[in-house]
Each structure stands twice: as structure tokens, then as C-alpha cells.
Design a protein around this ligand. Structure first.
Ligand code: PLP
Length: 431
């Protein structure tokens, strides 16, 4: 391929793979193997000592997964990526790679319920404090920072609020203090480009739009390669102090001959090695298959969702509609600054009849699936207060934007007339 910068539509089909050198196979093969024969004793020693990069054992890396990692790196404009078993594993690793017991991170309150639980409970139990701040005010991140702050964390287009995060504003605050911003871009792949706005790390649940067909759980961490971990070495001790688990390697130094990949190298060689949340090669293949059509799909998801938001806004019985296309003021400004090519496929709305109306509405849907997922090619619906966010306290639900009558839709790729017809009949049944 030429060196000319390729467009996302092209990268989604070609980055990281051409054809199998042995068989000529065009589709990426599923390398369903646990281990790889070393060429010699010296070769084996070189691989373990990181003098050479190559395949050792599928918990640490796999050729099918490697194609996915390269393709997502190219699409995101990053330096390198690590695919893992789920979006949850990606979020957990992204933080554990920088923060240890006694450290803290500052996170936006606007999070997926599972991430909220991870932060508020499991990381806390591991000794990592998560300080939640309101993303409306970017300076809140600065105020919550102290000398033990290791990262900032946010979702680009967090559901249920769907108010776009001020990526550049918070990234800039962090860069001055030596604190990297980690952005979960699950709801806005291709639409938002967090690295271009100063984020250092991007994470995805590839389970959603990237895989796109509701078949395979997966996650990825993408290292932007744009953060100087040595500028404030005291801020990132995991990368700047000798690692006893790897012959005393100092990752910021050890990675230098390989490129600006210290962060992701440590995530693979330490966290993936020790915690083992490896993606299966079969899932990597499925996610790659989905990724090939992501540029087409995300555009259609966005168009259909905007049409749904418009129709719901005109429906009696619906008190509030949430989608960037119907937002105004600061929320709309942020959406227009950070999203291009569409506002995403998620739509929220509030039924005047509260919890009971929400229950009836969900029960009456015929085309929409009632599932705890987003980003499937099919249209999906859920009532967060009684499902995805049910483990949160009433205060936590309110902080994340979930109320009793709130319904979340993930608008699929069906014909828009069929989507609207199903919504219309379910709204009538919910009255
Ligand atoms: N991040 C976001 C924004 C999500 O919506 C989800 C799942 O719904 C996750 C992370 C977790 O991903 P997974 O279910 O693949 O572990």
C-alpha cells in the first residue's frame, strides 16, 4: 500500500493485514493456538528478554489479535494497542497500569454502571481511590488532583446523559500537571478522536459498535504514544521505577528502542501476563469482521438515531429526549466540537408515566430487543434503573443521570420506518 494517509473506510479493511504469506488467504486466519515454536534457544531467550518482539504464548499475544490491535491503532491514530477479554478488563488495566495502592485517579461521574462499580468498589478495595467529579466543570479535575493522582478518566459520550466530555480542556489541565487522560470512546468510535484532542489513552469495549453484531465480548486499550512519561517521572512510578517482576526494567527506558509505547508495553508484559484477561483469537476474528464495516455502520446508526430523537421529541407522553442532535447550549457546542460524521446511535428518553410506563413500554416492543447491550446492528432497549444501574444507590443513579422513567435505546440498522413504527406502537401501549 502507498504511504499516502488512508481514510478510515480503507484502514478498517486493510490496516494490519494483507494476505497469509503461506496460503495466500485474504481473510485473517484464526490462529487458534496457545503457543509458538521457538526457532532456537537464543530466539526464545531474546523473546523473553524483549530483545526481539514475537509470539510466545497466546495469553501474551496472538497473531489474529495482533491484526485487530494494529487495525485499531491505525484507525485511532495511536502508537500501539492491547486487546483484552472485555471492555471492563480494558478499563481496569488502563488504570492499574498507572495507579497502585495508595494512589488515586480523578474520574468523571458520567460513567457506564459497570465502570462505576469497578471504580467505587473494586478499585477502592485494591487501595486505589477514585475521586468523582462533575464533567460540566473541567477545573473540577484540577481541584481534585494531588501528588498521588495518576490519571484522569472519562467517557466521550456517556450514557445515559449523552453529554459529550470536554476532552481537550481536561487533557490540557492534566498535561500541565503530568496527569494523562484516559478516554472510554466506546459509544463514539470514529465519530470522536480523543487522541487528537490531547487524550493519552483510549479504551473501548469492542463488544459494542466495533464488533457491531452482538456476538463477542472484547476490549482494547490504545496508547496514543503522545504522552511524555518521563517529563514528570514522580507522577508515573509504574513506568519510571525499576520493575522487580521484569529484571528491574524501567519501562519508560526499556520501551525506547521500540517506540513511544512504554505504557502499552507494560500493560501487556505485566498486567496481561499476571492477570490473564486475554482475548480469544476467535473473538478477535469476529471483532475484526465487524470492524471492517464500522465506518458504514456508525454513520447509519447516527442517522437513524437522529430520526428517532426527532420523532420522540414530538411524542406526547415523552417529557425529555436525550441525543446530541436535540441538545442545545454548552452540551451541543461540545457535541459539535468533538463529534463529526454523526452524533452516535444512543438515544435516551423519559416517559411521563415513570417506572410503570417504562416497564409497559419495554414489554410492548416487538422489533427492539430488550437486552443489556448497546452497539448491536439490531435495535435494543433497556430500562437502566431496574437493570444496568440497579446496583447503584439512589444518589449514584441520580449522579449518573438515571431516573425512574428513563429508557435507553440503542438504535440499529433496520429501516427507519420500521424502527419508528415499533416505537410508536410501544409508546401507545405505555399510556
Ligand atoms: N464502557 C462502556 C461505555 C460500556 O457501555 C461498557 C458495557 O456496556 C463497558 C465499558 C464494558 O464493556 P464489556 O461489557 O465489553 O466488558
Amino acid at each position: 500500500m502507498s504511504d499516502r494517509k488512508l481514510h478510515p473506510e480503507t484502514l478498517a479493511l486493510h490496516a494490519g493485514w494483507r494476505a497469509d504469506p503461506t496460503t495466500g488467504a485474504v481473510a485473517p486466519p484464526i490462529y487458534q493456538t496457545t503457543s509458538y515454536q521457538f526457532e532456537s534457544a537464543e530466539h526464545a531467550a531474546d523473546l523473553f528478554a524483549l530483545r526481539k518482539l514475537g509470539n510466545i504464548y497466546t495469553r501474551l499475544g496472538n497473531p489474529t489479535t495482533d491484526i485487530l490491535e494494529q487495525r485499531l491503532t491505525a484507525l485511532e491514530g495511536g502508537a500501539a494497542a492491547l486487546a483484552v477479554a472485555s471492555g471492563q478488563a480494558a478499563s481496569a488495566f488502563a488504570i492499574q497500569n498507572l495507579a497502585r495502592a495508595g494512589d488515586n485517579i480523578v474520574s468523571s461521574t458520567d460513567l457506564y454502571g459497570g465502570t462505576w462499580n469497578l471504580f467505587a468498589n473494586t478499585l477502592r478495595d485494591q487501595g486505589i481511590e477514585v475521586r468523582f467529579v462533575d464533567p460540566e466543570d473541567p477545573q473540577a479535575f484540577a481541584r481534585a488532583t494531588d501528588e498521588r493522582t495518576r490519571a484522569y478518566y472519562a467517557e466521550t459520550l456517556p450514557n445515559p446523559k449523552l453529554s459529550v466530555f470536554p476532552i481537550a480542556e481536561v487533557a490540557e489541565i492534566g498535561r500541565k500537571l503530568g496527569v494523562p487522560l484516559i478516554v472510554d470512546n466506546t459509544a463514539a468510535p470514529l465519530l470522536a478522536r480523543p487522541l487528537e484532542h490531547g487524550a493519552a489513552i483510549v479504551v473501548y469495549s469492542t463488544t459494542k459498535y466495533i464488533g457491531g453484531h452482538g456476538t463477542s465480548i472484547g476490549g482494547v486499550i490504545i496508547d496514543g504514544g503522545n504522552f511524555d512519561w518521563t517529563a514528570h517521572p514522580e507522577r508515573s512510578p509504574t513506568l519510571n521505577t525499576p520493575d522487580p517482576s521484569y529484571h528491574g526494567a524501567v519501562w519508560a527506558e526499556a520501551a525506547k528502542p521500540l517506540g513511544p509505547i512504554a505504557y502499552i508495553l507494560r500493560a501487556r508484559t505485566v498486567l496481561l501476563r499476571d492477570l490473564g484477561a486475554a482475548l480469544s483469537p476467535f473473538n478477535a476474528f469476529q471483532i475484526l469482521q465487524g470492524l471492517e464495516t464500522l465506518p458504514l455502520r456508525i454513520t447509519r446508526h447516527s442517522e437513524n438515531a437522529a430520526a428517532v430523537a426527532k420523532a420522540l421529541s414530538a411524542s406526547p407522553g415523552v417529557t425529555r429526549v436525550i441525543h446530541p442532535s436535540v441538545q442545545t447550549g454548552l452540551q451541543r457546542e461540545r457535541a459539535d466540537r468533538y463529534l463529526s460524521g454523526g452524533y452516535g446511535g444512543l438515544v435516551g428518553f423519559e416517559l411521563a408515566g415513570g417506572r410503570e410506563a417504562g416497564r409497559k413500554f419495554i414489554g410492548a416492543l416487538k422489533l427492539f430487543y430488550h437486552v443489556a447491550n448497546i452497539g448491536d446492528a439490531r435495535s435494543l432497549a433497556i430500562h437502566p434503573a431496574s437493570t444496568t444501574h440497579s446496583q447503584l444507590s439512589a444518589e449514584e443513579q441520580a449522579a449518573t443521570g438515571v431516573s425512574d422513567g428513563y429508557v435507553r435505546l440503542s438504535i440499529g440498522l433496520e429501516h427507519i420506518d420500521d424502527i419508528l413504527a415499533d416505537l410508536t406502537q410501544a409508546l401507545a401501549a405505555a399510556k
